[in-house]
Design a binder for this molecule. Structure first.
Ligand SMILES: C[S@@+](CC[C@H](N)C(=O)[O-])C[C@H]1O[C@@H](n2cnc3c(N)ncnc32)[C@H](O)[C@@H]1O
Length: 354
């Protein structure tokens, strides 16, 4: 892509509108439509920049799911299974899914209210996965979603902030017909808290696989956590920091390339025959405490936001208790920190990595 001054201006404009949507959708009159793609150029610019960054968030989510023995792809491997990327934009969620999935789905449905986005996303999938598209017979669909469609896996990314209540209901109804649901959103307070609300809507019917270590109510929705939010930081590929194009992107848009905050939710349908091993309200088999956000590093100790079935609380970890863990917490981007803890008051007495 050869970039003109207008391209950078347009990117800045798009970013402004995403931020506006994110901030305003905290209020009841949500339902802005900020990403009305004006042209294929818009989509190409977005895909080369914001979508790549979103792709690194998806990579972090897939890595966590692998590390924590997460979803695997049993649903995706079953014959005839369809994966849906809802609000696909340039299809980055589907593309990262296909790059990570141990076995490909039979069908991929790329859905967006913008026909230009759907066509662009399908082109990108074909270009990135020529053998899947041509030889393995992956069917790529971009038409309206059939009313009774029951996806093996539903992907949706950076879209909740654009939805009015009716549209959110439409997405939730599709989620309720899905085997697995993976949602990735920005790491802002408003986006993350929206995701916590979606978790509350769906957790009765699904097992929460990640980021939570439990099936209880989201601790971030407790009144005492109203200024806090569940989020994480992904680590961009190291090449990005040597790349002149990304340096320009960072300067032009005032974006710190090192900071890639995101929030996410991974759900799996509870098997209807076998009762869940982890009913709502209990800790999962894995259990443990998930460390959220960025620890606050102070002299000789760190303050951590720790989440488990009892809620979210701030705990203190002395550096000398576990120097290796302390180092991981100092630069926590890309770290999946799930711990088994013994705690006295606020202080961690003993710690074990899970
Ligand atoms: C910020 S973009 C994100 C695109 C992509 N999911 C990603 O992560 O890069 C939001 C996308 O959602 C689409 N969208 C917004 N509301 C929608 C709706 N009600 N139904 C389908 N698509 C929608 C927009 O057209 C846009 O392409």
């Amino acid at each position: 892509v050869n970039w003109t001054a207008q391209d950078w201006e347009r990117l800045a404009e798009l970013r402004e509108r995403f931020l506006e949507a994110d901030a305003q959708s905290d209020t009841p009159e949500a339902g802005l439509a900020p990403s009305d793609w004006r042209s294929a150029r818009d989509l190409a610019l977005y895909d080369a920049t914001f979508a790549q960054r979103i792709g690194w968030k998806w990579d972090a989510v897939f890595r966590e799911l692998r590390l924590r023995g997460g979803l695997g792809s049993p649903a995706a491997a079953a014959p005839g299974v369809v994966v849906v990327d809802w609000g696909c934009g340039t299809g980055i969620a589907a593309r990262r899914y296909l790059a990570s999935a141990p076995s490909p789905p039979a069908r991929l449905h790329l859905w967006d209210r913008s026909a230009a986005a759907r066509a662009f996303a399908a082109e990108c999938v074909r270009a990135e996965q020529p053998s899947l598209a041509n030889e393995a017979g992956l069917a790529i669909e971009t038409g309206p979603l059939p009313a009774d469609l029951a996806p093996g896996c539903l992907l949706a990314s950076h879209v909740l902030g654009e939805l009015g209540p009716g549209e959110l209901d439409e997405l939730l109804a599709l989620a309720r017909r899905s085997e697995q649901v993976l949602l990735v959103e920005p790491g802002s307070r408003s986006a993350s808290r929206r995701l916590s609300t979606v978790r509350e809507e769906l957790r009765g019917e699904f097992e929460v696989v990640a980021p939570c270590t439990h099936q209880a109510a989201c601790g971030m929705l407790a009144p005492e956590q109203s200024t806090n939010w569940c989020h994480f930081f992904a680590r961009p590929p190291s090449e990005v920091f040597q790349d002149a194009h990304w340096a320009r992107f960072s300067r032009a848009l005032g974006i710190d390339l090192r900071s890639l905050p995101y929030s996410f939710l991974a759900l799996r349908r509870q098997p209807s025959s076998a009762p869940s091993s982890s009913p709502p309200g209990s800790a999962t088999a894995g259990g443990g405490v998930r460390i959220l956000g960025r620890p606050r590093i102070l002299k000789g100790h760190a303050l951590l936001d720790a989440c488990d079935a009892t809620g979210v609380r701030e705990l203190a970890l002395l550096q000398r208790l576990d120097r290796g863990l302390f180092r991981r917490l100092e630069d926590s981007a890309g770290e999946v920190v799930v711990l088994s803890l013994e705690v006295e008051g606020k202080r961690i007495r003993s710690v074990r990595n899970l």
